[in-house]
Design a binder for this molecule. Sequence first.
Ligand code: 4HQ
Length: 241
Amino acid sequence: MEIHILSIFPEMFASVLDESILGRALTRGLLQVHPHNLRNFTEDRHRVTDDIPYGGGPGMVMKPEPMVAGIRAIQERFGPSYVILLSPQGDVLCQDGVKGLARMERLLLICGRYSGVDARVTHYIDAELSIGDYVLTGGEIPAMVLVDAVARMIPQVLGDAQSAVEDSWFDSLLQGPVYTRPVEFEGLCVPDVLRSGNHAAVAKWRRQQALLTTWQRRPELLQGASLSVEDRAIIQDFEGA
Ligand code: 4HQ
């Protein structure tokens, strides 16, 4: 998978992408990330990418010409890509959306700054996505969030842990509690079942805890989950208690 990013701050991405799991995915060639400087697609002497808003008011708006020139130049050089504008007005990114994006060959992420991007740029994009209902200073961090979420869905990126993310049985449920050593910490103990060596009992307990955490904190997620008859009985018990 190849991800291009168009931004006035292309240097922001290196430290995040070169560490840990993403860094390993890059060196293993499972993923390529190419940040591009939007200023390289300006035509004027001062390489200006923003301008005052029509209609007046505070804040600046990203000019359309460098954005569209950048999209065209990157696609001509690297090939066609699915173009995504990061903005709070977009569809909110969810795990299903992430999975769909992970199947694409080439993405181009457009990062705006200031009050946003000239509306005419929407004619040159395939999707407008938000990472959540809050306002950031630019689209760069949302782009990094998207790259991170997409990268871990690419086969081989997580290695041994991949089977866990591919386990559709736990999809759209929150994870229950996890523990590591020591078995007792300041009087707080690891549940006995996790030390029992009984794999079936452990699996059953984890399912029950995932259902409980989801029911307590994000009950609306249960609507989209695939629940067995046993799962529904467990939830009935929560509701009865
Ligand atoms: N911004 N999800 C404003 C976001 C955002 C979000 C990006 C701030 C675009 C112009 N992007 N700029 N939330 O808050 O994607």
